[in-house]
Design a protein around this ligand. Structure first.
Ligand code: NI
Length: 173
């Protein structure tokens, strides 16, 4: 497994609609997912989509451990989600700050649906179906957007709420 180069916003592959995975439990798919986890861990991300490492397939990973240092951050189960679909439950949205490994150093305030049901398969082809709210739902929507060529800055309503992390949050370490 290996840490791969993450494409940055402007890279044309990040704008493409990714292709569905056809075969599960293959060596290529396991290598891809292993590389994605290594890359996400090395860059301390909460999620990663295959197109971000240059592979235009409908594969995302995400996961956030609960951390006593960041009590406001909700834990999200470590998940491999392939060929995902999202169904919105209710119409409620909320705004939250997002970052992206493809837009390093920046943050933006992004509206997302508060409550969703998502489904797809894991790397072995087993079906996944879950309901998610709030931060968990936000992470899934952010990652799945990558599969349709959408980076979070396109979702920002008010571009005054988009900028460099250290300028937006100067009090943080
Ligand atoms: Ni992202």
């Amino acid at each position: 497994m290996a840490v791969r180069t993450v494409l940055h916003m402007g890279g044309p592959l990040l704008l493409k609609v990714a292709e569905p995975v056809q075969e599960f439990d293959t060596p290529d798919l396991h290598t891809l997912i292993g590389d994605m986890f290594d890359t996400m861990a090395a860059l301390d991300g909460a999620g990663l989509a295959a197109p971000q490492i240059g592979v235009s397939l409908r594969v995302v990973i995400f996961g956030v451990e609960s951390n006593p240092r960041y009590p406001d951050v909700e834990a999200v189960p470590t998940t491999v989600l392939i060929n995902p679909t999202i169904e919105v439950i209710g119409k409620e949205t909320n705004e939250g700050w997002e970052g992206c490994l493809s837009v390093p150093g920046m943050r933006g305030l992004v509206p997302r649906y508060s409550h969703i049901r998502y489904s797809g398969r894991d790397q072995f082809g087993a079906r996944i179906e879950r309901e998610a709210k709030d931060f968990h739902a936000r992470v899934v929507q952010h990652e799945c957007d990558h599969l349709d060529g959408i980076l979070y800055p396109r979702r920002i309503r008010d571009l005054s709420q988009f900028g460099f992390e250290e300028a937006l949050f100067p009090q943080e370490e």
